[in-house]
Design a protein around this ligand. Structure first.
Ligand SMILES: Nc1ncnc2c1ncn2[C@@H]1O[C@H](COP(=O)(O)OP(=O)(O)OP(=O)(O)O)[C@@H](O)[C@H]1O
Ligand SMILES: [Mg+2]
Length: 265
């Protein structure tokens, strides 16, 4: 992890070790594995027959049951469903921070479970962005907007120019806020800055868990517009929400109920 990413921040979640239980797969410390190519999947990411079972002291919860979906580049896929239907569980598995109990996750054609620890960490760093619901959780408090985007690209291992970073902030309507720190931005501006940080460096997939939930209606609309405007960047957006407006802007829909797919378009 880069030295300038504080421990305990959401950036550690993005860029540091994941909560993926590396020891449990018996591959820790062994870096000799090969990336297994998936035969017929060409999207940015896919889940195939994914199940997730949580076991507590008293019960077993089947949070996901046999969920399959491709997430194509340049498209927005909405993950909808009532509270407890498994949206966050699916997003965390797709982001490679949790392991499915059954089935596979593929990122850019590679089966995530076949990766060694370091390979998976490198994959998450280069190819996966995760946005939290609360805008401020996605940002570093002490950095101005333009430096947040610059750091995000550096952590992804890409050296983008300042021109490219400012172009992106311009597309998101933040060109007049380049030197503002997060606490000097509105919630909607913070979340659009988080979108810029998530998209810079062209990851395969940007995963956002209810990114409009903390925003008022106008700010939520502007954030959704930002996702729409950035489809041409070629990233697959996967956005969970209770908000019907998210479904309205999406190109594809996966609706869950009690962990099962009830609609897939
Ligand atoms: N770590 C866990 N241990 C045990 N059960 C869990 C755990 N995480 C989630 N669950 C259960 O799994 C189910 C799916 O939860 P999940 O958070 O994925 O739903 P969600 O669709 O994101 O809900 P919401 O819309 O309220 O955020 C729920 O019944 C939840 O209680
Ligand atoms: Mg959730």
């Amino acid at each position: 992890m880069a030295d300038d990413v504080p421990r305990g921040s959401s950036w550690e979640f993005h860029w540091g070790d994941s909560s993926f239980d590396d020891a449990a797969d018996g591959r820790s410390g062994d870096d000799t594995g090969v990336l297994v190519a998936a035969p017929a999947r060409t999207g940015a990411a896919s889940v195939v027959g994914v199940g997730k079972v949580y076991r507590t002291a008293t019960e077993q919860v089947n949070a996901l049951v046999d969920v399959s979906k491709d997430f194509p580049r340049g498209r927005i896929t909405a993950i909808a469903g009532p509270s407890g239907s498994g949206k966050t569980s699916l997003l965390r598995i797709l982001a490679c921070v949790d392991r499915p109990s059954a089935g596979s996750v593929l990122i850019e054609g590679g089966v995530v479970a076949s990766l060694r620890v370091r390979q998976r960490r490198a994959l998450r760093r280069s190819s996966v962005s995760y946005m939290f619901q609360n805008p401020i959780d996605n940002l570093l408090d002490y950095l101005p907007a333009c430096d947040q985007v610059h750091l995000a690209s550096r952590l992804r291992g890409i050296r983008t120019g300042r021109d490219e970073e400012q172009r992106l902030l311009g597309v998101l309507g933040l060109d007049h806020r380049l030197r503002h720190k997060p606490h000097q931005l509105s919630g909607g501006e913070q979340q659009r800055l988080a979108v810029a940080c998530a998209v810079i460096g062209h990851p395969a997939i940007v995963i956002a868990d209810e990114p409009t939930a903390e925003l008022d209606s106008a700010a939520a609309d502007r954030v959704l517009e930002a996702f729409r405007d950035l489809r041409t960047e070629g990233v697959a957006f996967v956005i969970s929400s209770h908000d019907p407006r998210v479904v309205a802007v999406a190109d594809h829909l996966l609706r869950l109920d009690h962990g099962r797919v009830v609609e897939s378009t």
